[in-house]
Design a protein around this ligand. Structure first.
Ligand SMILES: O=C(O)c1ccccc1N[C@@H]1O[C@H](COP(=O)(O)O)[C@@H](O)[C@H]1O
Length: 241
């Protein structure tokens, strides 16, 4: 059985690496230069970086140049998200050299465009399913966007390669992952799932790793790393078995 992939997160707001609580604008804690954070995770052994332009996700601006600089400076794979909602933003995201992009709002508001880009770009496109309960959230997690399992069925039928599943109410709270949500999504799709939200401990990562056989491929880790609940080296070791 394959091992759980870990994706340390660098979320960028106003040029800084930040963590939010439940994705709420205004709850930012700053952790300095995004490039320094990204290089730190790379040097600690990360194979992936989950890189988010929060200003683009919230519609308050863009960190496009900085995102391009960070992605270009790394040797590891980058999953890029935030504000990728049309041809121009998708082209700019893919031109950074990232390994894949993660679409959120567009999957809820522009289903025809998303079907088209899935057909064109295959597994370079993932969809972020950001949920409160089973209600999807878009536009910086401020708007309702339909029911999780309806949208998942539609995206599956269109050939979506992968889903990044975030429990919004756990994100940035260090309260543990929503394992039942992950199980339910895995039961509804054959496509790989990346878990996001709530990781607080090595035991949380070990618990997510027990779901690899059900379809969980990776886990995004944010606040726990920045608040030094464990090191990335310890996390990689914890899921290596
Ligand atoms: O990651 C966050 O903390 C976050 C908080 C609030 C909104 C979005 C957030 N993250 C990422 O943004 C994309 C969605 O962006 P868009 O809707 O496509 O513009 C989402 O998948 C998360 O990865």
């Amino acid at each position: 059985m394959s091992r759980l992939e870990l994706l340390p997160a660098v979320d960028v707001r106003d040029g800084q690496a930040v963590r939010l609580v439940k994705g709420a604008s205004g709850t930012e804690t700053s952790f300095g230069e995004p490039l320094a954070a990204a290089l730190a995770w790379q040097n600690a052994g990360a194979e992936w970086l989950h890189l988010v332009d929060l200003d683009a996700a919230f519609g308050t601006g863009s960190n496009r140049e900085l995102i391009r600089e960070v992605t270009g400076a790394l040797d590891i794979k980058v999953e890029l998200s935030g504000g990728i909602r049309d041809d121009a933003s998708l082209a700019a995201a893919l031109a950074t050299g990232c390994t894949r992009v993660n679409l959120g709002t567009a999957a809820l508001e522009s289903p025809e465009w998303v079907a088209k880009v899935i057909a064109e770009h295959g597994d370079k496109i993932a969809v972020g399913l950001d949920v409160v309960g089973t209600t999807l959230r878009g536009r910086g997690w401020t708007s309702d966007g339909g029911q999780l399992f309806d949208v998942l069925a539609r995206l599956d039928a269109e050939g979506c390669a992968r889903y990044v599943v975030t429990d919004v109410n756990r994100d940035g709270t260090l309260t543990g992952p929503n394992l039942q949500l992950l199980r339910d999504v895995c039961a509804a799709t054959d496509k790989p799932v990346v878990a996001s939200g709530g990781v607080s401990s090595l035991d949380d990562l070990r618990a997510i790793a027990t779901l690899v056989g059900e379809g969980v491929e990776g886990a995004i880790v944010g606040k726990a790393l920045y608040e030094q609940k464990f090191t990335l080296e310890e996390a990689l070791e914890a899921v290596s078995g």
